[in-house]
Write a protein that binds this ligand. Structure first.
Ligand code: 4AD
Ligand code: MG
Length: 480
């Protein structure tokens, strides 16, 4: 057996001392030719490996450099030094993988996030990204736990589809046709997709919702959790071209049930991370605090990360309609003093992220659920309200992030749905399978989509979405 090591987290958090064991991991620092700080990713804390001055020959000692991978065997003893409970008194050290200190890009010092993004393949080996991706893992696990405990079925919706679930036309095409202009054409000059791999035009999914609805009208409660793709040219700290989305869809839920589920869900998963990732969240909170100190006092956030997360878990989200929100924004001093880039003057305009953030960060100072948006600015599948002007939509806005959830009660009435599709230029014949659910045993149902990376941003206190997904994809960038 090769892998007979003990994980560093287990050694540092356990109560046992005075036993022999082996650790394997990567060297963070090597001090005084005696103290090696070794990390294996199970925690941000390193184990101190102590080597007697005569244990290693000179040549081996020189190979203990930042980034090198080593195997250390020895006795776990109570630590004599400060800062750690136990240390490993080495009886043997083996270099598993050398790392040229001159060339290894990560030095034991603070690197900028921009620099680390360029070496995203190595940034896992830093404390910040170690903490972020362990938290990301926990959140993903908690999501499955939450829905499994409630009896939801985890549904795998297709990555390659022929439909545009959002009707927004922001899709990446999937094709095996030649792109040099020689693809077969129809009489009218358009591409003949009958010749394509799937015999039709296909794209990467923008959302699993439509397929999710098909399953919800059989299992009652389903959720999806998978990658989604948007070819929107948004070069912002909140947008990715490839992101992960969680989409529950529930038969017999109306808009209020939908809001209740979303709020309970968000609180549950944040709380899970608070309980299971104490050290990592404390580390990220400290990081954020230091970053905040660089800002002018007026721009600093009132709460630290830990406080903010506790607050969200323990307080109700504010719920109001789009119309109420527009009135608040219109009458705000911010609007009157023309501090918004896009001034709010009439009902019906879409909210920009500056407006969402004003509501959440300045006005309510807590997460907000906005409902009942004008039908023109929302998707075709949302249920038309009695007023004929608004739809049963809901967006959840989070402090520091803006929109984190988008959802709605669905239009379950066949005639209404077809009429809305025509209004929004979504060809009903292309979604005939979807319309079948309205033809055969339709029912009230609702669902939402949570952007996973936006949630991870919120929980880690990071500010750029490219730092919370291992290998970010965004306009002009698909490295690694
Ligand atoms: O609001 P969206 O577009 O809603 C849907 O896709 C619905 N089909 C969901 C549903 O009802 N089942 O996207 C949902 C969420 C947004 O609130 C946001 O958090 C995230 O997905 N999102 C993105 N995250 C990162 N990068 C992007 N380009 C994103 N676009 C949306
Ligand atoms: Mg949305």
């Amino acid at each position: 057996m090769y892998n007979n090591r003990t994980k560093i987290n287990a050694l540092l958090t356990g109560d046992n001392i005075d036993f022999e064991t082996t650790v394997m991991g990567w060297v963070r620092t090597f001090r005084n030719n005696q103290f090696i700080a070794v990390n294996d990713g199970s925690t941000n804390n390193n184990i101190q490996v102590v080597i007697a001055l005569d244990l290693l020959d000179d040549a081996t000692q020189k190979r203990i450099t930042t980034g090198a991978c080593i195997k250390a065997t020895g006795q776990i003893i109570a630590s004599l030094g400060k800062g750690q409970k136990v240390e490993l008194k080495a009886t043997s050290i083996e270099i598993l993988g050398d790392s040229d200190a001159e060339k290894f890009p990560l030095q034991p010092k603070k690197h900028s996030l921009e620099f680390l993004r360029e070496i995203a393949h190595l940034r896992f080996r830093t404390n910040t990204f170690g903490a972020i991706f362990r938290v990301r893992h926990s959140l993903a696990f908690a999501i499955h736990q939450f829905f499994n405990d409630k009896g939801f079925v985890y549904l795998h919706t297709p990555i390659i589809t022929g439909s545009d679930a959002e009707g927004a036309g922001e899709m990446f095409r999937v094709t095996t046709l030649p792109i040099d202009g020689t693809a077969a054409k129809n009489d009218d000059g358009s591409i003949n997709f009958k010749e394509d791999f799937f015999g039709k035009s296909t794209n990467l999914t923008v959302s699993g919702q439509l397929e999710g609805e098909l399953a919800a009208l059989a299992f009652s409660d389903i959720y999806t959790f998978g990658p989604t793709f948007r070819a929107e040219n948004s070069n912002t700290a909140r947008h990715l071209a490839e992101f992960w989305m969680i989409e529950p869809e529930v038969a017999f839920n109306d808009l209020e049930d939908n809001m209740n589920l979303a709020e309970e869900f968000i609180k549950y998963i944040i709380n899970y991370a608070l309980v299971h990732n104490k050290e990592d969240i404390a580390f990220l909170a400290q990081r954020l605090e230091e970053e905040e100190k660089q800002k002018p006092v007026a721009d600093r956030s009132e709460m630290g990360l830990q406080q903010k997360l506790d607050f969200v878990v323990n307080n109700n989200f504010e719920r109001l309609t789009y119309t109420e929100a527009i009135n608040i924004l219109k009458n705000s001093n911010h609007n009157k003093k023309k501090k918004f880039q896009y001034l709010i003057d009439e009902w019906g305009t879409d909210l920009q992220s500056e407006h969402e953030r004003y509501l959440v960060e300045k006005h309510f100072k807590k997460p907000v659920i906005l409902t009942d948006y004008p039908k023109e600015i929302k998707s075709f599948y949302m249920r038309l309200n009695e007023d004929g002007k608004t739809v049963a939509a809901m967006d959840i806005l989070a402090p520091g992030i803006g929109e984190i959830v988008g959802g709605s009660q669905r239009e379950e009435r066949y005639e209404n749905l077809v009429a809305r599709m025509k209004e929004m230029n979504v060809p009903p014949e292309e979604l005939d399978f979807y319309l079948d659910t309205r033809r055969f045993g339709s029912c009230v149902h609702a669902g939402f989509g949570l952007g996973f990376e936006r949630l991870v941003l919120f929980v880690t206190g990071m500010t750029n979405i490219r730092d919370v997904i291992p290998f970010p994809r965004y306009p002009k960038s698909a490295a690694f």
